[in-house]
Design a binder for this molecule. Structure first.
Ligand code: F3S
Length: 405
């Protein structure tokens, strides 16, 4: 059921772009049986050429030239190109041009040029219970689970249309009953190590699919960064858009996440499950030389940057290895003013802002064997870019990429 204003929008009363956007939302809403459109408070869109290709360029340019404008605060995921370092990262001109068209289109539409998958750190921070429309699985997981805002895993196209109209069809995780936990994970792994958050996310994602898992046994001191890494693993190896960590995430603190019902399944997760997943995420023959080590998936936070800085003390990057760290421009600039960036750059680390390895032209660079401390990167990059992968924690990554000065 549309309001008079929504009908006017659908009839072209607010211009071409709004009509196209409303039409797409109504069709999606109908296919999911949505009964109404909800007003929204925030949008996070994707605009990386590595995933959207020419069809994405055409669609966003059409909306921009049709007079579309973002109605609510709208941030943008990393792009496939770091425009500040195109020469350093040898980005082919044709690829750069395509990404530039996408960038121009979203800027014309009035999106915030955040180029970050962690907008919740500063630029786009929704409140508990707000209906929002976010794309990018790790950001969606964080917004739903850690903040308690409400969004589906919004596909490309629907994200920008929601921003232009300020509306989204009510289905999926916008409906209270669909946010109920359905599977319980009893985590019994002893002490949590750094990599365990990523790996546990991957294990939970694999067993959950698109269901809503409830996690018992995360340590009380778990940080937001660790929840970010857990959610990225669960959202990429599975399709988890929302999880509840008992005693920690807001919807599991305010009420029973199972809403009085029994979980459909209960899994006990042990150290063996994590070890098995670590082995699964390493696809490379150990004899094959590693030529790239990468961190920052999801993009590195300031705390994570500090930790790399400390671990890198007195070490420099080996001549035969590329050690690339991905972060947002804000974190890079803050790190710079705190004296964390320059020593690492002098030690041979390459920083890249506003993009990441997964959506970059890794194949064009000719790397054969990549190492990372991110379960999401380890899971996605081999299939997208046909490279061999080694998965290991930050200490191991630094050990492989560097030697003592
Ligand atoms: Fe972010 Fe890129 Fe990883 S968008 S979650 S750093 S794949």
């Amino acid at each position: 059921m549309l309001t008079d204003e929504e009908k006017k929008c659908l009839d072209g009363g607010f211009g071409d772009a709004s009509r196209t956007a409303m039409d797409l939302l109504v069709q999606i809403g109908n296919s999911f049986g949505a009964e109404r459109l909800l007003p929204i408070h925030s949008v996070h869109i994707v605009a990386h050429f590595g995933s959207l290709h020419q069809a994405g360029v055409d669609f966003l340019e059409k909306l921009a030239s049709g007079g579309g404008k973002c109605k609510v605060p709208t941030t943008v995921d990393p792009l496939s190109v770091d425009f500040d370092r195109c020469e350093q990262f040898r980005i082919p001109i044709w690829y750069r041009e395509k990404q530039e068209r996408l960038k121009n289109a979203v800027e014309q539409l009035g999106a915030i040029p955040s180029w970050s998958c962690t907008p919740y750190y500063s630029l786009n921070v929704p409140r508990y219970g707000q209906d929002i429309v976010w794309a990018e699985s790790s950001a969606v997981s964080y917004a739903n689970s850690v903040i308690g805002a409400r969004t589906n895993r919004t596909p490309f196209g629907m994200d920008i249309c929601a921003s232009i109209t300020g509306k989204v069809p009510e289905f999926g995780l916008y409906i209270e009953r669909n946010r109920r936990g359905t599977i319980l994970f009893d985590v019994q792994i002893g002490n949590f190590r750094e990599l365990d958050y990523h790996t546990l996310g991957a294990v939970v994602g694999r067993l959950s699919g698109a269901k809503v898992p409830v996690i018992k046994g995360m340590p009380p001191g778990t940080t937001n960064d660790q929840l970010k890494c857990f959610g990225a693993g669960a959202g990429s190896v599975g399709s988890v858009a929302l999880y509840h960590a008992l005693g920690m995430t807001p919807e599991a603190r305010c009420r029973d996440p199972f809403d009085g019902q029994k979980p459909e399944e209960v899994f006990t997760i042990t150290r063996e499950d994590l070890n098995e997943m670590e082995d699964r995420l390493t696809t490379a023959d150990p004899q094959l030389k590693i030529d790239m080590v990468t961190m920052g998936c999801p993009l590195l936070s300031l705390e994570e940057l500090k930790s790399v800085f400390v671990k890198m003390s007195e070490r420099h990057v080996k001549r035969e290895i590329h050690f690339w760290i991905y972060l947002s421009r804000e974190v890079y600039n803050l790190g710079k003013s705190m004296g964390l960036v320059e020593p690492l750059e002098k030690a041979g680390v390459w920083f890249s802002t506003g993009t990441c390895a997964t959506i970059s032209p890794v194949k064009l660079w000719g790397f054969k064997h990549v190492m990372t401390n991110s379960a999401k990167c380890a899971f996605v990059v081999p299939s997208e870019h046909e490279v061999a992968m080694t998965y290991g924690d930050t200490d191991r990554c630094i050990l492989v990429a560097t030697e003592t000065a």
